[in-house]
Design a protein around this ligand. Structure first.
Ligand code: ATP
Length: 246
């Protein structure tokens, strides 16, 4: 049998407040163990697609109006965010903030709040510090005083404490200096190599397409183009609109 994708959206329509049709029939798949990227202009529906998968639509009065979402073949349409975390789906939402008055390590511990045994929390911290050595150096620092890039590393570390099988990140490099962008993408590459599946929304198309295996271009609530990362990099429209070569 053909193996089921980790996540599949089948003709999904999403409504906000019962009136705003945000996704207009999105069909896409996220493979197990790879990296999938969503590209597209502002308002295309990228963030809404992630929220549809993580169960975070209801916070904003959104809902799936038709179609369905499946995880390894099982229907998960409309499942709560809490339950999705239990399923191993962790979503770092756009503009999420660290807990400013806590130390970096306390932020990580919060990310592991579902771990009930101290030994698991400790092991989680060790894993995160192994992956992101900089966080080990910063662990006693107050999170609110870390740089933007360090805060982004902390948010990813915090998400890792929940032991995701699918990590979804909205705009991981937003507002960061080029060196930091590289550090973030290097980290995402390490997570991928460890077998964490990734779904990322990213303005930085070049870096994203270097990391990703597969990508989708969204416009106005629809998928207008999809392909392997290599196909997308070679596509002239993409080169013009997203990669800045004319
Ligand atoms: P951006 O990069 O600007 O976040 P995006 O591709 O992630 O863009 P979405 O944020 O998913 O796009 O928005 C898709 C559409 O849904 C837009 O028309 C937007 O106005 C609408 N929308 C998003 N969130 C809400 C909300 N909470 N209530 C009403 N409409 C919303």
């Amino acid at each position: 049998a053909v193996s089921e994708p980790l996540i599949a959206l089948n003709n999904v329509e999403v409504l906000y407040a019962d009136v705003i049709l945000s996704l207009k029939g999105i069909t896409l798949q996220v493979a197990s163990g790879g990296c999938t990227v969503l590209l597209g202009p502002n308002g295309a529906g990228k963030s809404t697609t992630l929220k549809t998968i993580s169960g975070m639509l209801d916070v904003e009065e959104g809902r799936v109006a038709s179609g369905n979402v499946r995880m390894l073949g099982k229907d998960i349409t409309g499942v709560s965010a809490e339950q999705m975390v239990a399923e191993g789906v962790v979503h770092v939402v756009e503009g999420r903030k660290v807990l400013r008055h806590m130390t970096a390590e306390q932020n990580l511990v919060v990310g592991g709040h579902r771990l009930t045994r101290m030994a698991d929390v400790k092991q989680g911290l060790e894993r995160v510090y192994g992956l992101i050595p900089r966080l080990a150096e910063l662990r006693t620092r107050t999170a609110g005083y870390l740089s933007g890039g360090e805060q982004q590393l902390l948010l990813i570390g915090r998400a890792m404490m929940a032991r995701p099988r699918l990590l979804m990140i909205d705009e991981p490099s937003l507002g960061l200096a080029p060196l930091m962008v590289k550090e973030i993408f290097d980290l995402l590459g390490k997570l991928r190599a460890e077998g964490v599946s990734l779904l990322i929304v990213e303005q930085h198309a070049q870096a994203a397409l270097e990391l990703a295996d597969h990508g989708y271009i969204l416009e106005n609530g629809r998928v207008v183009l999809e392909g392997t990362a290599a196909e997308l990099r070679a596509n002239e429209d993409i080169q013009e609109f997203y990669l800045g070569n004319q």
